[in-house]
Design a protein around this ligand. Structure first.
Ligand code: CAA
Length: 258
């Protein structure tokens, strides 16, 4: 059985990380399987939201330490690129990505969750960047995405101590958007996906691009980017459908993704 499962549920592409014996540790082979699942989402325009989750007690317990142990500096650059590229690919995926964090999200697991657009967590989830305790820095974006999400002060405390935090603490610092009972996690993820899916998808996808690009630039450039996206959306059929429904006082909006 594959260690990464991909299935489509309506307009949701669901990626389930399924290597519980290794707590979904990110080996090169496992990352290739995740890449393949992400590629399925990328090529399917009928997928509007992607959800990534894990089985049993781990989301991802980090990069595979047995693979990293023998790496030299040069080898680490090559090895680290796979995880870095995977996270950039997830971050830049056309559709919103929800991390439904069921358990350990450590090191490379926390980094992959942070590359997703939105994180919701089970009460059993645990987050952390324990790399300094292994003699390394984070290697797939942890020093970059954590400060952007929670601010430099809190991020530095977590990065320098390698401390593991629980789901409530992750919620308090803004690392996750919501905490649920373990048995309610997937329902919560799908409910959130449904709220997104009911909207006009070109507008949702343009909004994702604006936020991602805008965060990396000055506000004038970001607003210019938003103006372009605003123009694109105004030329869509979905704009006529959305505004037409409002003006006719109709609740039903059957967006066509055009
Ligand atoms: N790499 C390789 N194997 C791992 C792993 C990892 N990151 N995490 C867990 N495993 C393996 C364990 O070796 C064990 O395998 P065996 O049964 O063959 O011995 C199996 O998964 C189950 O793990 P445990 O027995 O340790 O489970 P536990 O419940 O007692 O502890 C845990 C869970 C606290 C998460 C513990 O496994 C742990 O500390 N794991 C390592 C966490 C970590 O340091 N992650 C960061 C890695 S560095 C990184 O990610 C760099 C980067 O930025 C890219």
């Amino acid at each position: 059985m594959s260690t990464v499962l991909y299935e489509k549920k309506g307009h949701v592409g669901l990626i389930t990380l399924n290597n519980p014996k290794k707590l979904n540790a990110l080996s090169a082979a496992f990352m290739t399987e995740i890449e393949n699942a992400v590629a399925e989402v990328e090529k399917d325009t009928d997928v509007y939201v992607c959800i990534i989750t894990g089985v049993e007690k781990a989301f991802i317990a980090g990069a595979d330490i047995s693979e990293m142990c023998p790496l030299t500096a040069a080898g680490a650059i090559a090895w680290g690129k796979q995880g870095t590229d995977l996270n950039l690919r997830i971050e830049n995926l056309r559709v919103p990505v929800i991390a439904a964090v069921n358990g350990f999200a450590l090191g490379g697991g926390c980094e992959l969750a942070m590359a997703c657009d939105i994180r919701i967590a089970s009460e059993k989830a645990k987050f952390g960047q324990p790399e300094v305790g292994l003699g390394i820095t984070p290697g797939a974006g942890g020093t970059q995405r954590l400060p952007r999400l929670v601010g430099a002060g809190i991020a530095k405390e977590l990065l320098y101590t390698g401390r593991m935090i629980n789901a409530q603490e992750a919620y308090r610092i803004g690392l996750v958007n919501k905490v649920t009972a373990p048995e309610e996690l997937m329902d919560a993820a799908f409910a959130l996906a449904d709220e997104i899916i009911k909207n006009a998808q070109i507008a949702v996808q343009q909004t994702k691009r604006c936020v991602n690009r805008g965060i990396e630039t000055d506000i004038v450039t970001g607003i210019d980017f938003e103006q372009q996206a605003f123009a694109v959306c105004n030329a869509t059929e979905d704009k006529q459908i959305g505004m037409g429904a409002f003006l006719r006082k109709e609740k039903e909006k059957n967006f066509v993704y055009r």
